[in-house]
Design a protein around this ligand. Structure first.
Ligand code: FAD
Ligand code: FES
Length: 274
């Protein structure tokens, strides 16, 4: 278990990228580069004394050795304070926490990513990991939506970088019509139904607001994806991040320790508390 698992490491904010009016990406480094090793889908607790700490998905890929990235949407006390920091400032970071996406069992499959809003953050870690090892995966399709064009994060990647990779397609959508937006208009689950990807040799990986996930799971079922072909992440309230406080339990599972990544088959076996 790395020394950073329970005790926060001190990290430095190297760069800050403003993604949207309410979301910023922090690029952080430890004393010797990457603060710790991790897998796509894992999270970390960021602390800003004396304000507090909150958990975030690591949005960079483990193949990116320069810095670790977190995309943070302003929601309350800690995230508001994190939006006010400046490059050079130090933060506490503990992790990595939780399980990760099953990168081995995704190998050789076509991948369908379905993200909404800030839910692109954990998916991005896996997307960039797979693109880095492009030959090991089949066709990659990314459906990504937000309320408005201005709310889409990672604009350079979604508009230019990812679509330029062979056998990789990005399907963007926004909730309503906006002046200057020539892309698809409609909610993510209905765009998924419209695109109607066949389930053969394909895995679907989704993350977004709970209501989006609910309808995405339904749409995938209608498209005949089996429960084993669908992977999602759960966002429960968390405090300790290490299975001790009981804040995030569903039945006998702790989302912070046993999740946040679950297959639909695993979710179906859980009590309906999420
Ligand atoms: C596994 C996991 C991964 C996450 N990854 C990211 C990420 O990559 N980027 C990001 O911006 N956020 C992420 N979050 C959410 C983030 O942890 C919360 O937004 C943060 O804890 C809010 O802290 P705060 O002190 O700013 O807000 P608070 O002052 O604590 O709360 C502000 C409002 O947000 C609500 N809230 C707080 N936490 C949650 C939650 N987990 N789910 C729903 N509502 C909540 C509160 O009830 C309140 O209404 C993740 C959460 C989990 C559990
Ligand atoms: S956050 Fe404490 S048990 Fe999961």
């Amino acid at each position: 278990m790395p020394g950073s698992f329970l005790m926060p490491l001190v990290v430095t904010v190297k760069e800050i990228v403003t993604e949207t009016p309410d979301t910023k990406t922090l690029r952080v480094v430890g004393e010797k580069g990457l603060p710790f090793e991790f897998q796509p889908g894992q999270c970390a607790m960021i602390s800003l004394p004396p304000v507090g700490e909150a958990i975030f998905s690591i949005t960079s890929s483990p193949t990116d050795r320069e810095f670790m990235e977190f995309s943070i949407k302003e929601a309350g006390t800690v995230t508001r304070a994190l939006h006010r920091i400046t490059p050079g400032q130090q933060l506490g970071l503990r992790g990595p926490y939780g399980n990760s996406f099953p990168v081995e069992s995704l190998r050789g499959k076509d991948l369908l990513f379905i993200g909404g809003g800030i839910g692109l953050a954990p998916l991005r870690s896996l997307i960039n990991y797979c693109l880095e090892k492009r030959a090991e995966y089949g066709q990659i399709d990314i459906i990504y939506g937000a309320r408005s064009p201005g709310d889409l994060i990672r604009k350079e990647e979604i508009n230019r970088i990812w679509p330029s990779v062979p056998d990789t397609r990005v399907h963007l959508t926004v909730d309503a019509k906006f002046e200057g937006w020539e892309g698809h208009v409609g909610f993510v689950p209905s765009y998924l139904t419209e695109l109607a990807f066949p389930p053969e040799n394909r895995m679907a990986i989704t993350c977004g607001p709970p209501v989006m996930i609910k309808f995405v799971l339904q749409a995938l079922e209608e498209l005949k994806f089996s429960p084993e072909q669908v992977i999602t992440t759960l966002e429960m309230r968390m405090k300790c991040g290490v299975g001790k406080c009981g804040r995030c339990n569903i039945g006998s599972l702790y989302v912070c320790k046993d999740g946040p990544v679950f297959t639909r088959a695993q979710l179906d076996a859980l009590p309906d508390e999420y």
